[in-house]
Unconditional design. Structure first.
Length: 313
């Protein structure tokens, strides 16, 4: 073989090896009340979900783990969670307990008067894990508690409400520590929390930094339909990524797929190829960072409907 061709062959093999061995970024999906309960109660629904999510390179399921329509399967029928989680683990998925609910109005859990309900929510997950075998346990928890949905939220009250949120967050993490469990716990957090300074425990810092300090990771609701530019996914994650790098925490970048009147916050009006391209651009920027823990897509039913809609066009 000629020297030039030999060099080119070596380079090509090296590039191929790097492509083959490069680990893809983690991909999670929020799975809300109705869909989670369907998966827990129907083997067919669970298998359909596993098949769809595997086809989309998903490896983590945020599975709703609280009450819905007068029932609480985690408390009353924990065997359903044990079975589903064991099946998911067999197929290579991680399963996080998704806590927070429009149905339960859990945005109110940040308020001091709701502390009992707030702590009971996480206690059920910790108690479940304590009584489950290793293959049946939740790998983590995602807390989708959004105080900005409260009627009380405004420019004058938001600092106080965020302090309340931080207070209950510290209680939740203390509960985890006291339980001796190692599951990763983090909040779903809007990217614009980094623009709200909050005095808490003697330090005034962006709310995003306080939350990163309290939790193991944050799932950043970085809802934009493009990666680049001042109003893009990459720019809106920059402060959170830099702080996580400094503090040894992790950031999951959340993207929206469901309809919204404000088109720029969702990929719903775009195609799967657009989503993949913008995720690839984001990963090109952050993929080598130890703070980057992949993507989370909102949400399972919306994802399936979005994909099905494109197939019909």
């Amino acid at each position: 073989m000629r020297p030039v061709l030999r060099v080119l062959a070596i380079v090509a093999l090296a590039l191929f090896a790097s492509i083959v061995t490069a680990a893809p970024s983690s991909r999670a999906v929020w799975t809300w009340e109705r869909d989670s309960y369907a998966m827990l109660e129907s083997r067919a629904a669970a298998e359909a979900a596993f098949g769809f999510l595997r086809s989309k390179r998903m490896d983590t399921i945020y599975l709703y783990a609280d009450a819905f329509e007068g029932r609480n399967l985690l408390a009353d029928q924990p065997q359903r969670y044990r079975s589903f989680i064991a099946q998911a683990h067999e197929r290579g998925f991680r399963v996080y307990a998704l806590l927070g609910s429009a149905y339960l109005h859990t945005e109110r859990y940040v308020l001091p008067g709701e502390r009992e309900a707030a702590t009971a929510m996480l206690k059920r997950v910790l108690d479940y894990n304590a009584g489950a075998s290793a293959e049946e346990r939740f790998d983590g928890a995602n807390l989708d508690i959004e105080p900005h949905l409260l009627d009380e939220w405004n420019d004058a009250s938001r600092q106080n409400l965020l302090r309340d949120f931080l207070d209950v967050s510290a209680v939740w993490m203390a509960m985890k520590t006291a339980s001796g469990q190692t599951l990763a716990i983090g909040p779903a957090m809007p990217f614009w929390f980094d623009g709200i300074p909050v005095p808490w425990r003697g330090h005034t810092r962006p709310a995003s930094e306080h939350f990163a300090d309290v939790y193991d990771y944050v799932a950043l609701m970085d809802y934009r339909d493009h990666a680049d530019g001042r109003d893009g996914i990459i720019a809106h994650a920059a402060k959170e990524m830099a702080y996580a790098e400094k503090t040894g925490k992790q950031v999951v970048i959340g993207l929206e797929l469901t309809p919204n009147e404000l088109k720029k916050v969702t990929f719903n009006h775009r195609r799967e190829t657009d989503l993949e391209r913008e995720m690839a651009a984001t990963e090109k920027t952050y993929g080598k960072s130890k703070a980057f823990d992949g993507f989370a897509l909102h949400h399972y039913r919306g994802y399936r409907e979005w994909v099905d809609g494109q197939r019909k066009k």
